[in-house]
Design a protein around this ligand. Structure first.
Ligand SMILES: Cc1ncc(COP(=O)(O)O)c(C=O)c1O
Length: 389
């Protein structure tokens, strides 16, 4: 059996993406070159940028390509905050952000920026009243993610955006987990910047984007993270990942055709999975269950057992799942996201993320639920934490 249920970590290439890559493979011109080979690729790049922008609900001039969303997140925070403001700048983010925001925020703290990490409710949602209270007259930037990568909860970013527009504070959102899973239109959201990554939506790794509306940023300068040539309007140097961009545009085209059906299909898989395990396995917590969640994600804490043991035993059965974010692999710390919800190391250590995609079927759901029950029964039978009798 080989079942892939780790689609929040990354996704397989869509067949239309594979075709687009093969078709483009011989187009090696540098889009910055003035000759015909370069101009041809530049034209393809321009159309791809337009398609990606349109999928995200914006216009091509607001899309800056990067190598990944981690770069987009680093770029926006460092480029806007590492300046001499004449006062100590303050940034607000949440306690459940991806490591590429949290560790950048910690780096900024060491470099003269005050950071507030907003707590979340036990369902994994920030409160707008807490955001409003955290704002000071030194707050220059707020970064709140859209859908959480570990538990899928969807933050009230449109409300946050409205509030921050009134207050004239720059608002960035890490929207990596949203495209294709949540329908949105960037330009109607009052967001100043947002990060995206192609490999979360059936396109290749190594290509990301930063949506950047150069409005409130007029109040303070933007320093590129990567200096060099004039690519991306001088905001991000480096020859563009042309194959990655062409492939990403193909993914947008393919997904756009059927996005609502795909969302309904995946949500049905996720909900069925949760209904089966709630019936068959005792002592579980579905993290973020009562909050709005992206449709593909189910994060479950199993009492008395370790997430790593569950992951390894499911892997032996050919089922790929994850504990926390792929970027935290190698760390023995409990998930900072589950800790932020429950402040309980046992619940955090026993959590597993199942993330579904268009490629999974109801048979996969049933097979996973059955393998999971067997695994949990076995691990609990040997766990010293399981209550006896
Ligand atoms: C919410 C979120 N932000 C940022 C990233 C980083 O994306 P990338 O792998 O493109 O650097 C991820 C990847 O897991 C993510 O889920």
């Amino acid at each position: 059996m080989s079942l892939y249920l780790d689609n929040n970590a990354t996704t397989s290439l869509h067949p239309a993406v594979k075709e687009a890559i093969i078709e483009f493979l011989d187009s090696y011109g540098n889009p910055g070159s003035m000759h015909e080979a370069g101009r041809r690729v530049k034209d393809r790049l321009d159309s791809a940028r337009e398609e990606i922008a349109s999928f995200l609900g914006t216009t091509p001039t607001k899309i800056m390509f990067t190598s990944c969303a981690s770069e987009s997140n680093n770029t926006i925070l460092k480029s806007l905050l590492l300046h001499d403001f004449g006062f100590k700048p303050h940034m607000i983010t949440s306690a459940i952000e991806h490591p590429s925001i949290i560790t950048t925020a910690r780096y900024l703290e060491k470099n003269g920026v005050d950071v507030t990490y907003l707590p979340v409710t036990k369902d994994g949602i920030i409160e707008i009243s807490a955001l409003e209270k955290a704002i000071t007259d030194r707050t220059v930037l707020v970064s709140i993610m859209h859908a959480n990568n570990e538990i899928g909860t969807v933050q009230p970013i449109e409300e946050a955006a409205k509030l921050l527009t009134q207050k004239n504070i720059f608002f960035h959102s890490d929207m990596v987990q949203a495209p294709g899973k949540i329908i949105f239109n960037l330009d109607s959201m009052d967001i100043d910047a947002a990060s995206f990554s192609a490999h979360k939506m059936h396109a290749p790794k190594g290509i990301g984007a930063l949506y950047f509306k150069n409005s409130k940023a007029e109040n303070f300068p933007f320093t590129p993270l990567i200096h060099g040539g004039h690519q991306e309007n001088g905001l991000r140097a480096g020859t563009e990942n042309t194959i990655g961009i062409i492939a990403w545009a193909a993914a947008c085209r393919a997904i756009k055709a059927d996005v609502q059906n795909e969302i309904d299909y995946i949500k049905n898989l996720r909900d069925s999975f949760e209904n089966i395990i709630k019936e068959s396995i005792s002592d579980i917590v579905i993290n973020g269950e009562s909050a709005p969640r992206k449709p593909c994600t189910s994060n479950v804490s199993f009492k008395y057992v370790e997430g790593e043991s569950i992951l390894l035993r499911l892997d032996m059965e050919g089922i790929a799942v994850s504990t926390g974010s792929a970027c935290s692999t190698g760390s023995l710390d409990p998930s900072h996201v589950i800790m932020a919800l429950h402040n309980d190391p046992e619940t955090a250590h026993g959590s597993i993320r199942f993330s579904f995609s268009r490629e999974n079927s109801m048979e996969d759901v049933q097979a996973t639920a059955a393998a999971l029950k067997k695994t949990i029964d076995f691990l609990r039978s040997i766990s010293p934490l399981t209550p006896k009798g």
